[in-house]
Design a protein around this ligand. Structure first.
Ligand code: GLN
Length: 553
């Protein structure tokens, strides 16, 4: 008998917007991830959306020293590092529809207009731009079958760039007030000269939000210390919320404490009541708590040096540029009961060979991804030093390409060996531009055009990498334009370098290593394993690197 057509039951998805008050950089992304996490802990299916107010169409064209890490999603979209926080906290893969910028929204609206998608009507900034924003948010919810979509609006209220996104919130809330919650993450300074927590900047921020027609239901009070009852009441009075909806979020030692901290003020209860969410009565964050407790009860330490070039911004050190790498190191270390002491070293400093001896202090050295010429000389010297001194080495993307180049220069003795990225005229281009990239580069098509997103690779049985993964078929995320030049593989392998992982058609070198008889751990990967490392599911290659580093102490 033919089955009866099933009527599709649509979920009553709820939407929680997170906006920022007072200033940026107070952990709105982590607060959003933490809210998503505690709702997941209530048995709800949760997804997260990030809105970046930039005109850039994606985060791929932004300089990391300005915008932090570029996080590549499984489907290849180049996004903001907060997407990485969401994936890590929620332990899910998030699709590209969940990330938008002003640029991508306008681009879609204009493309629709060019295709007569608006059927001759005037296309206007309001409502057409907010409507496109709303449609994407809804698609993200439908695609994930989510009970709750958490949407983080980048920047702070009161910026011109935010206005159309706030308008989207207002429009959604006017239509379905019962389905929309608004959380403001604000900052409450405790000026040293006064020694008292001040609420005025938050009051001003709330007023600015209100002037856009949007009212906060919850205020997350970020501050150096916890917020006392007196100030909660003051904020409640001036900011139009209940005192119990002012959630204390003091500075913490580890970002992974935040979900548990928010629950101390019963945040998930408040959100579930407010949005009438059918969730489990009790929160289950037991796995998360186990991870947090493991991270605090380590038996020993491991010293890891990360050699980057995007660390400095004026007088300040930015580690956010490599945030996924740093977090991946932590997860694997905790898994092994170790506390990682991670030192950021600038590759520029190693152009002076005298500095190299300092690398002896470290149990393992990692060179992450990178672009361009600057800092390369230092990285090559570091790689040569750790190869010769048998210090465990993990090279990611550029870190693999440069390891292959170093081997070609110093072991295979290829004079004038280089990468096409630095010196296209070199006689021996050990790393060359990928075929499909040549045309794009010639046309100047540089946005979202690298080899991006998840691809399969096949690992050689018994290799260091295959033993780490405990399997030979893997899927990893990529972001590169150059590849190891296949013309040199034989020469490199004859001298002992092993290309232990390849694309399924055997064309692209995805991993390289030295045999363990020669070096305790010398591994490079063309992809970015850090993008798939999760607190509750550490990445096996990072774990192998940390283990080898610890054992070679
Ligand atoms: N610059 C190199 C390339 O484009 C490496 C990229 C990276 O490290 N992400 O291939």
């Amino acid at each position: 008998m033919p089955k009866k057509a099933q009527t599709k039951k649509t979920k009553n998805t709820k939407y929680i917007f997170v906006v920022g008050g007072v200033m940026s950089g107070v952990g709105k992304g982590v607060a959003s991830s933490s809210i998503a996490k505690i709702l997941q802990g209530r048995g709800l299916s949760v997804t997260a959306v990030k809105i970046d107010p930039y005109v850039n169409v994606d985060a791929g064209t932004m300089n990391p020293t300005e915008h932090g890490e570029c996080f590549v999603l499984k489907d290849g979209l180049e996004t903001d590092q907060d997407m990485g926080n969401y994936e890590r906290f929620l332990n899910i893969d998030i699709p590209g529809i969940n990330y938008m910028t002003t640029g991508s929204v306008y681009q879609a609206v204009i493309a629709k207009e060019r295709n007569l998608g608006y059927k001759g009507k005037n296309v206007e900034v309001v409502p057409d731009i907010p409507l496109e924003v709303i449609s994407r948010i809804q698609k993200a919810g439908e695609g994930a079958g989510a009970d709750v979509v958490l949407i983080e609006v980048g920047g702070t209220v009161g910026e011109y760039q935010n206005v159309l996104f706030l308008e989207a919130i207002r429009m959604m809330k006017t239509k379905n007030p019962q389905d929309i919650g608004v959380v403001m993450v604000s900052y409450l300074p405790v000026p040293g000269s006064i020694g008292e927590m001040k609420t005025k900047p938050t009051q001003t921020a709330v007023r600015m939000l209100n002037s856009a027609g949007v009212f906060a239901n919850i205020i997350i009070a970020r501050s150096p210390v916890g917020v006392d009852q007196k100030r909660k009441e003051k904020i409640a009075t001036f900011c139009n919320v209940h005192a119990e909806d002012v959630i204390s979020a003091p500075d913490v030692e580890s970002i992974y404490d935040i979900p548990l901290n928010l629950e101390k003020d019963r945040l998930s209860d408040r959100l579930c009541e407010m949005l009438d969410l059918s969730c489990s009565k009790k929160s289950d964050l037991s796995e998360w708590k186990r991870f947090v407790s493991k991270s605090k009860n380590t038996k020993d330490t491991v010293e890891i040096a990360v050699i980057g070039k995007y660390f400095s911004s004026g007088d300040f050190v930015l580690s956010d540029v490599y945030i996924s790498v740093l977090e991946a190191i932590k997860y694997s270390s905790y898994k092994l009961g170790l506390k990682p002491n991670i030192t950021y070293l600038s590759s520029h400093d190693f152009a002076d060979s005298k500095k190299l001896k300092e690398l002896k202090k470290y149990d393992g050295v990692l060179v992450p991804g990178g672009f361009g010429k600057t800092g390369v000389d230092g990285k090559l010297k570091v790689i040569e030093y750790v190869r010769k001194n048998r210090i465990p080495y993990f090279g990611i993307c550029y870190g693999m390409q440069l390891a292959v180049l170093e081997f070609a220069q110093n072991v295979v003795k290829k004079k004038d060996a280089s990468t096409e990225e630095i010196n296209p005229k070199a006689a021996n281009l050990i790393v060359g531009v990928m075929d499909e990239q040549k045309e794009k580069i010639a046309k100047g098509d540089m946005g979202g055009s690298m080899r991006l997103g998840q691809y399969p690779a096949v690992l050689q049985k018994g290799s260091v990498v295959a033993r780490a993964y405990k399997q030979t078929d893997i899927l990893e995320r990529h972001r590169h334009r150059y590849e190891v030049n296949p013309a040199y593989i034989m020469e490199l392998e004859n001298e002992g370098l092993i290309f232990s992982g390849k694309s399924p058609d055997g064309r692209l070198m995805e991993t390289m290593e030295l045999p363990t008889e020669v070096h305790p751990f010398f591994v490079g990967v063309q992809y970015h394993p850090e993008l798939q490392a999760r607190p509750l599911d550490p990445h096996p290659l990072f774990t192998a690197f940390i283990r080898a580093s610890y054992e070679s102490k």
